[in-house]
Structure formats: C-alpha cells, structure tokens
Design a protein around this ligand. Structure first.
Ligand SMILES: [Zn+2]
Length: 111
C-alpha cells in the first residue's frame, strides 16, 4: 500500500488523477459533503462526494441517543484495523479485557 498517498481523497472518476479537497460541509450527524477538484489540468473535473457513517464496528461508550446505526458483524472484505487503545492504560475501554473468564465480545448482528 502507498503510505504517501493523501488521506480522505479519491481518484478522479474520469482521468484517475489525484483530486484535492476544495471544501467540505457537514450535512447531518452522519453525512459530510466534500467538494473535489481534479489535479490534472488537462481534465479539470470538479465534483461533490458524500462521506457517510453507515455502520458500527465497536459501540460508543458515550452513545448519542439521536444516532441510530446498525451494529454489524465484521464482513469478510472489511479492512482490519487495530483497536484504539486507551492512552493511560493501553487497554481498549470499548472491549472487555482479554482472558477474562466467562466474557466474550459478541456484537449484535442486524444485517
Ligand atoms: Zn480528472
């Protein structure tokens, strides 16, 4: 994987060149609209994309009652990302401690 590629962008759908973000705005709690500009001067394409939060992998410890997202089991084609760790203890507060007797993390499956 190219680790030098900028994050939160996508290639131009016409010429596949890099696009830069011109601006963005929050449309709702779960959706952000992003304005892109193709970096290829021979193309000049400008477009609008939407970034939306679609499902929960690990539930929030401080859930917003206004937010309703399905909690789905990890899918085979999901990208595997390391769990966030709590800075003070190195533990992930969203997950039960590993090795604790009688407990296992089992998300509710809605799909
Ligand atoms: Zn382009």
């Amino acid at each position: 994987m190219d680790t030098t590629a900028p994050r939160n962008t996508m290639p131009c759908p016409h010429c596949r060149s890099r696009m830069r973000t011109i601006t963005s705005r929050q449309l709702s709690t779960l959706v952000r609209e992003i304005y892109f500009d193709c970096m290829n001067v021979d193309c000049g394409h400008r477009c609008v994309a939407q970034l939306g939060i679609v499902r929960t992998l690990v539930p929030s410890l401080i859930p917003n009652a206004q937010v309703s997202l399905p909690i789905v089991e990890r899918r085979p084609n999901d990208i595997l990302v390391p769990a966030a760790t709590h800075k003070a203890t190195g533990e992930n507060p969203a997950l039960p401690p590993t090795g604790s007797a009688g407990s296992s993390y089992a998300p509710m499956v809605l799909n």
